[in-house]
Design a protein around this ligand. Structure first.
Ligand SMILES: C[S@@+](CC[C@H](N)C(=O)[O-])C[C@H]1O[C@@H](n2cnc3c(N)ncnc32)[C@H](O)[C@@H]1O
Length: 372
């Protein structure tokens, strides 16, 4: 049953940045304005079709996903459901939005085919490599240690979408992040437990996974939507990262858990994980050559070191010349310093109406003027 009071209006999110709706996602999605959402993360039922309980070698029962929400009579029924919710998601995505869908080998291939048939365009298949997977108790096949996340845009022709390449690089110690993410299962204090001490939700995802998803493909204040929000992981991480969030969940018990979880989060406590993509102009490569050709420096102009002990003339191709030779601002600087390297932008100055200014100031001006 959908709570009619929870009809979505954009004002809802202005006054209240985080909403969790109780109901079937296909029905609720129809009430959300078209093209209003920036990012979707979906963790749909897996259609595991577990026929028997799962036991460890010591005969204790293992936690498989045996919930009613995961049960479908046939694959056809599952496919129809998948097509319907994906279509409903597509309607609410704006023209620059992307969608992530996570699944295991049981369902992800069916989901992927349906996404492609609907016209979604796959950008990546990110592998979540679980560093602490559940063992294969019977030893009859490999321990399954991955889940796949399909990241897609709405269509092949969609030109724009958010990808915060530099944020991900920063998260990965300065190296480009690959599509294999090593992240532990959600355990320990992060795992929400009921009063009986048992897991409150059988498939609660680790926050680190959602952190990467949201940081990579949305901006601050964007609207992130999760149509199968379960224990509220996506909304919780969205809140921490200063995004707006909409969750949809059909089981009321999970709604209560999620609301409590969200209420406990103070966004200000998470400032240090709210990484932002540097502005375009800060990333633009600029050469001395381009500064000369655009008249930021005159040919023959004198530049000098901060202590005014060394001087050099700017040449036509952006190199500089003085008594130590001809070379780039960095090479001549390094020779003067008798060092392996020198950041010429921070070493040389120019005269600006009687004041010495670092030549880096000219680079900044150029970036502002020419960054697209
Ligand atoms: C795989 S779990 C998601 C877990 C979630 N990512 C988390 O971290 O807690 C799928 C959730 O979707 C819910 N669900 C299943 N069918 C649904 C539907 N048609 N509409 C809304 N929610 C649904 C289930 O109750 C379940 O909580």
């Amino acid at each position: 049953m959908i709570d009619e009071k929870l009809r979505f209006t954009p004002n809802d999110l202005i006054e209240n940045r985080y909403r969790i709706y109780n109901g079937d996602c296909i029905e609720v999605l129809k009430k959300i304005p078209k093209k209003s959402v920036d990012l979707i993360f979906a963790d749909p039922p897996y259609n595991l079709q577990l026929k028997n309980e799962l036991y460890r070698p010591n005969q204790t029962k293992a936690d498989g996903v045996v919930d009613d929400w995961d049960k479908f009579d046939t694959n056809e029924q599952y496919d129809k459901f998948t097509k319907n919710w994906l279509e409903a998601c597509r309607e609410v995505m704006n023209d620059e939005a992307t969608i992530w869908v996570i699944g295991s080998y049981h369902n992800i291939f069916r989901v992927g085919k349906i996404m492609m048939d609907l016209g979604f365009w796959i950008l990546n298949d990110v592998q979540w490599h679980k560093s602490n997977p559940m063992p294969n108790f019977r030893g009859v096949r490999f321990t399954n240690a991955t889940e796949t996340m399909i990241w897609a845009k709405k269509s092949e022709t969609q030109k724009k979408y958010t990808f915060n390449h530099n944020v991900m690089k920063q998260l990965n110690g300065g190296k480009q992040m690959t599509s294999v993410w090593n992240i532990a299962l959600c355990t320990g204090h992060e795992r929400i437990k009921g009063d009986d001490g048992k897991k409150a939700h059988s498939t609660q995802k680790p926050e680190e996974l959602l952190k990467r998803v949201i940081l990579s493909s949305s901006k601050e204040h964007d609207i992130v939507l999760d149509p199968f929000s379960g224990s509220g992981t996506t909304c919780a991480v969205a809140k921490k990262l200063n995004r707006k969030a909409i969750g949809i969940e059909k089981e009321i018990e999970y709604i209560e858990i999620s609301k409590q979880r969200l209420a406990q989060i103070d966004t200000d406590d998470y400032k240090d994980i709210q990484l932002k993509e540097p502005p375009k102009e800060a990333l633009m490569r600029v050469s001395m050559d381009s500064l000369v050709s655009k008249n930021y420096f005159d040919i023959g102009q004198t530049i000098f070191t901060k202590n005014k002990k060394h001087f050099a003339k700017v040449l036509e191709n952006g190199t500089i010349q003085n008594d130590v030779g001809i070379g780039s601002i960095h090479q001549i600087g390094a020779k003067i310093l008798q060092s392996e390297s020198c950041n010429g932008w921070m070493f040389w100055c120019y005269d600006d109406d009687g004041k010495s200014k670092l030549i880096d100031e000219k680079r900044k001006e150029y970036r502002v003027a020419y960054a697209g």
